[in-house]
Design a protein around this ligand. Structure first.
Ligand code: HEC
Ligand code: HEC
Length: 239
């Protein structure tokens, strides 16, 4: 799709999104539930309530300033940590590693000083918000992208850069999306995590899914793998 008619579509998409959001999200959640479980109630991760309430207190001391109450995030400042699609694809290893190491070159500081037990408690608190099953093992086991970075660059520049910045630098470049072109993100996520995030998006954020009938700009599976291949090359080019 070329850029000149992508932009109007983008705005039309946003308007639609704002007006039809809650209904759409509801049906999407149900579709996913139907696909991943049978008639049983959602197998959302078992959370130890004692651990989770310890995590809530730690969250309120260390994280709430940026990630806001209930970790809903703040556009252009800090992402949501309780978003359902985010929790669905995030492994404990990814969450704990990101909290421990932070993301260099972004507003996300490292919290290694809290120690493993406290970080585990915070992760339990975040997971207590999950409304979808934890699919991170399956997501991380997906095959790596075999895409073409040159084709991916086109999609990145015409779609993703609008919100994530021309080098995926994120908020520090005045963008509304996170720093998906930086090593602090890329070194910790699987291609499956990136793929599912591009496909599904994150409900109630500006990250809209690019796959399926609700997508505002449909990318094929091959296009998405091209974007992933390009993203994987960005840190070495710019950092
Ligand atoms: C000073 C502000 C600030 C504080 C305090 C902070 N964060 Fe962050 N956090 C950020 C920003 C900004 C990002 C996005 C970085 C980027 O652009 O990639 C982020 C990203 C994250 C991510 C990755 C989210 C994603 O969408 O991939 C996790 C997980 C996270 N933070 C957890 C925490 C936890 C837990 C705490 C408290 C222990 C915390 N953060 C404290 C600013 C902050
Ligand atoms: C309309 C703005 C917008 C566009 C266009 C957009 N994104 Fe996003 N994206 C966001 C926002 C905002 C977030 C963080 C959501 C939050 O705040 O919780 C995000 C999050 C992400 C994440 C998760 C990053 C993390 O830190 O965990 C990935 C991966 C991502 N986007 C990839 C892409 C790709 C690839 C494209 C292009 C195909 C794209 N996005 C287009 C706004 C956008």
């Amino acid at each position: 799709m070329n850029k000149s008619y992508f932009l109007p579509l983008l705005f039309a998409g946003l308007v639609l999104l704002i007006s039809g959001c809650s209904k759409e999200e509801e049906s999407r959640g149900q579709d996913q539930a139907a696909g991943s479980t049978s008639a049983e109630p959602l197998a959302v991760t078992n959370i130890d309530p004692v651990l989770s309430s310890k995590g809530k207190a730690l969250y309120e001391q260390n994280c709430v300033f940026c990630h806001q109450a209930d970790a809903i995030g703040k556009p252009g400042f800090a992402p949501s940590l309780t978003n359902e699609e985010f929790l669905q694809v995030s492994s404990d290893k990814f969450l704990m590693g990101t909290i421990r190491d932070g993301r260099q070159g972004t507003g996300m500081p490292p919290f290694a000083h809290l120690g493993r037990k406290d970080v585990e408690a915070i992760v339990a608190y975040l997971r207590s918000h999950a409304t979808l099953p934890n699919m991170s093992a399956q997501v991380d086991a997906q095959p790596r992208s075999q895409g073409d970075e040159r084709l991916g660059r086109f999609w990145f520049e015409s779609i993703c850069a609008t919100c994530h910045g021309p080098n995926g630098d994120g908020y520090v470049a005045g963008s509304t999306g996170t720093a998906i072109g930086k090593a602090g993100f890329l070194d910790k996520v699987s291609d499956g995590f990136i793929r599912e995030t591009i496909k599904q998006g994150r409900s109630n954020t500006r990250m809209i899914g690019y796959s399926g009938p609700e997508a505002m700009a449909a990318l094929s599976d091959a296009d998405i793998d091209d974007v992933i291949a390009y993203l994987r090359t960005v840190p070495s080019k710019t950092n």
